[in-house]
Write a protein that binds this ligand. Structure first.
Ligand code: PEP
Length: 252
């Protein structure tokens, strides 16, 4: 919707060691030169790099987020990380409910919702991911699957400040395949209508990201779709040149 400031967020997944942070310098200098980008820019590195990425991007246009969190503040949860810990490291947002978490860790909608609530509790923005599998799309179930995920994964109180919704068709992630702009428009309209029906005015300007094989070559077309307010980017967020090429869709 007009007036919503877009967000281009990168998800590094389980890629990246200290040396990889050099990309942030390239990204920051690319953003500082040339036309102003009419979007916010975020990178979500592995949790081991969050604090270093925050330090490295100080005084730049790049913010930093986490990729997942536990629902609790603290506790005997070996290997997990809380929203408060990510906030303490300087993250401003957390991706929750990514399809890789849902598939590989069996995360359910109620668990995703608890994680989104944890992000809010810690004062962070929850980037809540939804999206259908290929089989579900083939079966004509995409709208129902996404609607059910929204109903189950979103907290009762959301607004543009604390929540972003990312539509990521599972079959488009890392595959090089993308839905048609018409298919993206259909789902994003369903998401917007769902948010307005449930949250009223608070749902009007929540940012809706499209994610799944976004690249410089398709960014302009996908980002122009109605109700698309930015992108969640996996593979193409690892290289500054590619990520800047996507951000270029918001530079004029
Ligand atoms: C993702 O995993 O969130 C994603 C969108 O990946 P890719 O851009 O590589 O498809």
């Amino acid at each position: 919707m007009a007036g919503i400031r877009a967000l281009v967020a990168g998800n590094w997944k389980m890629y990246g060691v200290s040396d990889s942070l050099a990309m942030l310098d390239e990204l920051a200098s690319g953003l500082a030169s040339g036309p102003t980008a009419a979007c916010d820019v975020m990178l979500c590195p592995p949790s081991t790099l969050v604090a270093a990425a925050v330090a490295r991007t100080k005084d730049t246009q790049v913010s930093v987020g986490g990729q997942d969190c536990h629902a609790d503040v603290s506790g005997a949860h070996t290997g997990d990380i809380s929203a408060e810990m990510l906030a303490d490291a300087g993250a401003i947002a957390i991706i929750v409910g990514h399809s890789e978490r849902r598939a590989e860790h069996g995360e359910t909608d109620p668990q995703v919702r608890a994680k989104a609530e944890a992000a809010h509790r810690a004062g962070l923005t929850a980037i809540v991911c939804v999206g259908e599998t290929e089989a579900e799309r083939r079966a004509g179930q995409a709208v129902k699957v996404v609607s059910d995920q929204l109903d189950g994964s979103l907290p009762d109180a959301i607004n543009a400040g604390n929540t972003v919704v990312a539509y990521e068709p599972v079959w488009a992630i890392g595959s090089g395949l993308t839905p048609t702009p018409e298919d993206v428009a259909e789902i994003h309209t369903v998401i917007r209508d769902n948010l307005i029906a449930r949250y009223g005015d608070s749902g009007v300007d929540v940012r809706l990201l499209y994610g799944g094989s976004v690249k410089p070559a398709n960014a302009v077309e996908l980002m122009a779709v109605a109700n698309v307010n930015g992108a969640l980017v996996g593979g193409a967020s690892l290289k500054a040149e590619d990520f800047l090429g996507i951000i270029a869709a918001f530079r004029s």
